[in-house]
Design a protein around this ligand. Sequence first.
Ligand SMILES: Cc1cc2nc3c(=O)[nH]c(=O)nc-3n(C[C@H](O)[C@H](O)[C@H](O)COP(=O)(O)OP(=O)(O)OC[C@H]3O[C@@H](n4cnc5c(N)ncnc54)[C@H](O)[C@@H]3O)c2cc1C
Length: 386
Amino acid sequence: MKRMEKTSILICGGGLGGSACAIHLAQLGYPVILVDKACFPRKKLCGEFLGPDAMPILDSLGVLKSVLSVSNGPVQNIYLYNAAGKRLHIRTNWIRKDYPYALAQPRMVLDNLLLNKAKTLGVQVIEDQSIIACEQVDDLFFLTLNSSPEKLSSSCIVDASGRNSRLSALSRRGEVSLRDSPKKHHYIEKHVGIQCHLRINTETNDLSMFFFKGGYGGIQPISNEIANLCLWLTPELAQKIPLGLPALLEASISQNPAARPFLTRLETIEPFETAAGLHQLHLLEKSKKIISVGDAQLTVEPFSGFGMSHALRTGVLAAECIHHAFNQGYSYQESLAFYTTRYQQVFGKHLVSLRLGRHFLSSPILQKCLWPILPPFLPFLTALYR
Ligand SMILES: Cc1cc2nc3c(=O)[nH]c(=O)nc-3n(C[C@H](O)[C@H](O)[C@H](O)COP(=O)(O)OP(=O)(O)OC[C@H]3O[C@@H](n4cnc5c(N)ncnc54)[C@H](O)[C@@H]3O)c2cc1C
């Protein structure tokens, strides 16, 4: 196995994971080429709640001030309503003392801001080009783009192409073997995500999460007039729902008595986006052949509001590991092994606790028992959540 050559590092995907990785590699002095199939600014299905854990990373990437300047101000309260409409109150300053707030940030703005930062640091960004094939010949990767006969090549690539990672999809279609028998290691989540922006009249930007039979949903104001509505439904419930927002709300979040007053104030301003076949929170796959960040590495349980922080943090972690690997003269395979170990050390326990947390909190029976007794323990439990 040869040590990696100092050619440009290729990143597939310019969402938060890909941009964070590109920015940090550029900060460390590496030439980077980033390819995204979309033209930015682009939409992204998301609850748009950016947890406190994202703030130190945004700070280290040099973008926190810009993000704060375009945000609707700090989110300081999270309200979790059990299926019976009983409320738990969580303060975001229990999660982190140094960055005691969350933000509600439209992805169109946030992702574009980070990608622009990467561009200003010299990252070559190729937009509107899809990676359609990936081959590994000896120690070099070759990426084929949809509308260019030329292939991009590098000894080091990073997969940041999101939860339906194109690179792993290619491997499933047998065009290139990037993972060993992926099905064996996957726990496929069949839930359906639904999201849209709605008009709302509100003076607060607190996050309200509502559990109901067949899923949960969040209402997160992103300005005084617009809120993000995001639902997470079991496939059984999603199949039953007729088309249209009123029917969707009626069959899902309206089941929760505490949500009804919010819903009367909502007015739709755009069609909703849906995403299905999402991966469940699962333990790290040992079969990955490519350094992967964000959702391409592991799709974090949406309930946790940790997906964006995870994407940013894994992007930076991958950049640090690649830097270390170049300094040590590692091959790509050794770099991947090093990153995988670091990933387990940094995120392993946290991911297991998120997984357990979702199961505990979303069971209606446990909710009934837990809601009255949890409040005194919440500061301690939310600090553990980090
Ligand atoms: C319903 C739902 C609600 C959520 N709510 C929240 C929330 O409130 N808070 C939170 O923190 N997280 C939330 N998440 C999770 C969060 O959205 C993701 O974890 C995060 O977007 C992952 O970022 P990423 O950079 O890994 O991937 P993405 O943001 O998906 O970026 C991947 C990029 O890769 C590009 N790409 C894909 N394939 C190719 C290809 N072949 N060639 C070139 N480019 C390609 C795409 O265009 C895209 O720009 C939610 C997720 C879901 C499903």
